[in-house]
Write a protein that binds this ligand. Sequence first.
Ligand SMILES: Cc1ncc(C[n+]2csc(CCOP(=O)(O)OP(=O)(O)O)c2C)c(N)n1
Ligand SMILES: CC(=O)[C@@H](O)[C@H](O)COP(=O)(O)O
Ligand SMILES: [Mg+2]
Length: 618
Amino acid sequence: MLERINTPNDIKKFSLAELEDLSKEIRSFLIEQISKTGGHLASNLGVVELTIALHYVFDSPTDKIIWDVGHQSYVHKILTGRRNLFDRLRKFGGLSGFPKRNESVHDIFETGHSSTSISAALGIAKSRDLNNEKYSVISVIGDGALTGGMAFEALNDAGRSKTNLIVILNHNEMSISKNVGSLSLYLSKLRTDPNYFKLKRDLENILNLVPPIGKSIHKSIEKIKDSIKQLFVPGMFFEEMGFTYLGPIDGHDIDSLIDVLKRAKKMEGPIFIHVITKKGKGYVFAEENPDKFHSAAPFNIITGEFKKKNYDTYSDVFGKTLTDLATKNDKIVAITAAMPDGTGLSYFAKKFPNRFYDVGIAEQHAATFAAGMAINGYKPYFAVYSTFLQRAFDQVIHDICIQNLPVVLAIDRAGLVGEDGETHQGVFDVSFLRMIPNMTIMAPKDANEFVEMIKLSSMMQGPCAIRYPKGNAGDYDAKRKVSFKLGKAEVIQEGSNVAIFALGRMVNVAINAIDKLQKNSVNPYLVNLRFAKPLDVETILEISKKVDYIFTVEDNVMVGGVGSAILELLSDNKIYKKFYRFGFPDKFIEHGDVDSLFKKYRLDSDSLAEKIIELVIS
Ligand SMILES: Cc1ncc(C[n+]2csc(CCOP(=O)(O)OP(=O)(O)O)c2C)c(N)n1
Ligand SMILES: CC(=O)[C@@H](O)[C@H](O)COP(=O)(O)O
Ligand SMILES: [Mg+2]
């Protein structure tokens, strides 16, 4: 059947049985493809029927479907003519794993970070009304994404707006890990108690039988109705917020889904549809371990096994080291915004469940929550992906740094993350943290240094950030002591005439360029900066005075990065040398494997050496 689908119109004449067959075919296709490429399998398996029903009932792209986070948009991509591109899903130059407007007219709004879809949908709906146009606008949001503050801000605004808008909650009780929070408990209550739904219908029928006798009596009856509803009716929270609540609906029953979507399409005002799904549906290993198949590496379909990982990632090193430190320091607490596994904090959570906090997809709250704990004498570590820390920019300034609180930002996935692309590359943190007073920023060149940085951070009296990359941390010995001091760089190699100042992961890129440089008679000083703030002013100035050429290397955007910081320092000290910055340009970095991207942006060792040779020799 898939062969016959090139646009959503192609499914509109299908019978229910054909739609059900189609859902099976799509599931097999997803499992087959993602087992080879990797990708967000479990979330997509969970929305197969919902996506089919949406495209069956609505007319995309006239009707606008907006996917929150967008990691579950693969089925939508299959139905909108992109099936043949799945061999290159998330590969360099291939199909994106998220909605992209330049990929298809059916991708209405670009996403990647969570909890934005209701705001975007409301904006589109409001502007549609200003234009006197008629079409449906639908936001599809997961229960995990619904824990994000923006989603509440948007519900709050949309509910009183009376605007025609449909919000579909895809409720599977999972974020990446088990979903958390009181709203999640409330939703689960609605999901698991079938009496609620029946009671709602019965109650409404009974209450509607009460005849409106006289204006004031009518008012009193309405009040009584409201109080009774308040006590018993499911979805009352959403109803009270101004939405018409429909549900809960079995999200794997296409017939019911089509029915409810058709009803919603005809209704006025904001509608909230509560759809119950199973994350990983239809693939036993993903159903049993939805977290492992959330952002899955390639796997064996028959056994459900991933290639064995025989190394520690930086996240593992972080999780293990912090757990170690916390055994000796009972003030250490750990915070995540819905990423306990990705950040390595699951080690900590297992050993210290009472000192571990998963606050949901709520980075802003997490940062200020950390500040609150610090006020009371605790030492909070907020472990967060670089890209998601962007959400908490003001909280870092206003709640942590102004009060100079000893919160540690453990910034995972700093620099390129690769396959997730523009929305996820962690290439801005040095720039946006560097300008904040009181902030210290470190970046390790390897795991041994990383362990020292974590230890140092546990003793710091003010805010600090450690940024480290995704992936293999290489060999390390947690017990090996690295000579290390706050604000001091490491001079790896003495040289003449040329200096290279490199930060974090890029130090090794520079080390690997040395051979080629020396073969071409370029003998540089090589400095591992370790600190992007405060800079090691003494070492940088001393070496800079001795050379004619200065190169800085970082895996951050060049705008405002550590290269800019050194340039400012030299200028302030009236040292004017030939200066060249290696880093990411002033553009968003697309998806692809990290090696290809480093090559494209000429940040691999060969490109580095070639450029330096070109500038110094010619
Ligand atoms: C601001 C932000 N923080 C964290 C993430 C990482 N993240 C991606 S998907 C996800 C869980 C989403 O859960 P849900 O919305 O319920 O979708 P499901 O995968 O269950 O279908 C998380 C935490 C993100 N994309 N954006
Ligand atoms: C969609 C999203 O934001 C996450 O699922 C992210 O893709 C996870 O990235 P990692 O695979 O690096 O943990
Ligand atoms: Mg979910």
